[in-house]
Design a protein around this ligand. Structure first.
Ligand SMILES: *Cc1c(COP(=O)(O)O)cnc(C)c1O
Length: 451
C-alpha cells in the first residue's frame, strides 16, 4: 500500500476554462463549406441548428473559454474525475511503464459525453429553446443529452441507429429513464429516413440527417451533436486539463504516450489537445495517438477530403478524414466508433503530423478489456478498450526495452451496459471484420469532388 493509486482534485481545483486548440495550431484548419455554394459557412448558416454561444465557440480562435457557473455546478456532480495509476495491470504485464488512466465512467451517463451535453443543453436553454433533437449510436450520447435536458427542463428526441435499437433495448430504456424519447432510425418521420426501407440497420449518418431535418423545420427546436464539431471537442478538454494537474500531483513531469479511442474524435481530443498545447510549447514531448477499429478505419485508411457529416448531405462539408458519407460499417460492438468521418480538428492535427493514429481488431481490444477488468476492477466500454489495447502493446514493448515510460489513457466510459458484447467475446463468438479494399473504394466513390 505504499504507492498511491488515486490522484484526485478538490472541487476548487476543477478547471474554470475549456481549452481551444485552434489558438495554438501552427496552421489554421480549413473552414467548413456550405453544401450548396461550397463557400465557407458563416454563423448565419448555422443559426437554425445551434444557439449563438455554441456557434461562437465553433468558430472561435480564443485560447481559453470560460465555463459558465451554471455548467460548473452540474459538472461538480461528478467532476473532477479521478486519475488512477494502474498498479495491478502494470504488475500483471510485468512492465516498467507507469500506466495512468483518466476515468470518465464516473459521470451520470457512464461516459465522457455528459461533459458536452450539459453545456449544450444550458446554452440552448438560456436562448429559450425547449426541445433538442439528436442521434445516438450505442446510446451513450442519447443518454447523456437526455439527462442534461431533464436537468434544464427541456425535451429530448433521439434517433437511435436501427442496429443498436434492435440489439440494445436497455439502451433505449436508459434514455427513457432520463426523460428522452427514442425513435428507431431510419424512421418514417423524416424524408431522410423514408429514403431507406423499413428495418434498415441504419447508421449514424442517417440518424444525424433525421435529427437535423426535424430541428431545421421547428423554430422552437435545435439540434445537438455529441462529437466531431469544434465546440464539442472544446467542452471535452476539461478532462485533459484535469489530467495535466493530476499527473503533476503524481510527481510526473509529463507523459511519453497519450492514447485515446477515436470515433468522432471528442474524448480523444479532450485528453490530447491540452497535451498537444504543452508539446507545442516545448514543455513535454508525448507521442499522441488515436486508436480506431479496423472495421471503421477513418484516420488510417480514409482520405483527407471535404465530405458531409451525414448521409443525406444536409450538414456543411467538413475537411476531414472520411470513409465516405454513405459508408455503413459492420456491426462491431464499439458502436461509438462506427462513424464514417472524424472531427476536422483531429483530422487536421493528424494530417499536419502533430498526432498519430492506428487501428486495432476488436478481439485484441476485448482481450485487453477483460485483462483490465480482472486487474483494475472496471469493465471498460468496448470503445475505450481500443485505447487500453494500444496501451497494453506499448507497455509490453517497454518491458522488452526496459524503458520506464509514462502512459496516459483516457478511459472514456464503463461497459456495464455492453455485457452482451463481453458475452460474445467470452463464448468465442466475437469476430474481426476489417474493412475490405472493395468496400472502401465503393464508399469513397460517394465523396463529393471538391478538392
Ligand atoms: C461515444 C463514445 C466514444 C466515441 O466518441 P468520440 O467522440 O470519438 O469520443 C468513445 N467512448 C465512449 C464510451 C463513448 O460513449
Amino acid at each position: 500500500m505504499s504507492e498511491p493509486r488515486k490522484f484526485l482534485l478538490d472541487d476548487s481545483e476543477m478547471p474554470t476554462h475549456w481549452y481551444n486548440i485552434v489558438a495554438d495550431l501552427p496552421t489554421p484548419p480549413p473552414p467548413p463549406l456550405h453544401p450548396g455554394t461550397h463557400q465557407p459557412v458563416g454563423p448565419d448558416d448555422l443559426a437554425p441548428l445551434f444557439p449563438p454561444e455554441l456557434i461562437a465557440q465553433e468558430v472561435s480562435t480564443e485560447r481559453y473559454i470560460e465555463i459558465p457557473e451554471a455548467v460548473r455546478e452540474v459538472y461538480a456532480q461528478y467532476r473532477p474525475s479521478p486519475l488512477f495509476r494502474a498498479h495491478n495491470l502494470e504488475r500483471k504485464l510485468g512492465t516498467p511503464a507507469r500506466i495512468y488512466y483518466k476515468y470518465e465512467g464516473v459521470s451520470p451517463a457512464g461516459s465522457h459525453k455528459v461533459n458536452t451535453s450539459i453545456p449544450q443543453a444550458y446554452y440552448n436553454k438560456i436562448n429559450g429553446i425547449n426541445r433538442l433533437t439528436t442521434e445516438t449510436g450505442a446510446g451513450q450520447w442519447g443518454t447523456a443529452l437526455s439527462y442534461a435536458c431533464s436537468l434544464f427542463d427541456m425535451t429530448c428526441e433521439v434517433w437511435q441507429v436501427g442496429a443498436s435499437y434492435d440489439s440494445k433495448p436497455q439502451r433505449r430504456t436508459l434514455i427513457e429513464v432520463f426523460g428522452g424519447t427514442v425513435h428507431r432510425s431510419p424512421s418514417r418521420m423524416t424524408e431522410s429516413g423514408k429514403a431507406f426501407e423499413e428495418g434498415h440497420p441504419g447508421s449514424l449518418g442517417i440518424a444525424i440527417s433525421e435529427a437535423v431535418e426535424l430541428a431545421a423545420q421547428d423554430p422552437q427546436a435545435k439540434y445537438a451533436l455529441g462529437s466531431v464539431l469544434n465546440h464539442v471537442l472544446l467542452h471535452q478538454t476539461i478532462s485533459g486539463e484535469e489530467t495535466l494537474k493530476q499527473l503533476a500531483k503524481a510527481g510526473e513531469s509529463g507523459a511519453d504516450l497519450v492514447v485515446g479511442c477515436a470515433g468522432g474524435g471528442s474524448n480523444f481530443a479532450g485528453l490530447a489537445f491540452p497535451f498537444l498545447r504543452e508539446k507545442l510549447a516545448g514543455n513535454q514531448n508525448p507521442r499522441i495517438l488515436a486508436v480506431e477499429p479496423t472495421s471503421c478505419p477513418t484516420l488510417t485508411r480514409g482520405e483527407y477530403r471535404y465530405d458531409f457529416g451525414d448521409t443525406a448531405g444536409l450538414t456543411p462539408l467538413m475537411k476531414m478524414y472520411t470513409l465516405g458519407h454513405d459508408f455503413v460499417p459492420s456491426t462491431i460492438h464499439a458502436g461509438g466508433l462506427r462513424y464514417h468521418g472524424m472531427a476536422p480538428l483531429v483530422s487536421h492535427a493528424v494530417h499536419e503530423g502533430l498526432i498519430e493514429a492506428t487501428a486495432l481488431h476488436q478481439t485484441e481490444c476485448f482481450e485487453a478489456a477483460v485483462e483490465f477488468a480482472r486487474t483494475e476492477g472496471i469493465v471498460p466500454a468496448p470503445e475505450s478498450s481500443h485505447a487500453l489495447a494500444q496501451a497494453r502493446r506499448e507497455a509490453l514493448e517497454a518491458k522488452e526495452s526496459g524503458e520506464e515510460k509514462v502512459i496516459v489513457i483516457l478511459l472514456s466510459g464503463h461497459g456495464l451496459l455492453e455485457l452482451g458484447a463481453y458475452d460474445s467475446f467470452l463464448s468465442g463468438h466475437l469476430e474481426d471484420d476489417p474493412l475490405s479494399e472493395d468496400a472502401l473504394a465503393t464508399a469513397l466513390a460517394g465523396v463529393p469532388q471538391i478538392d
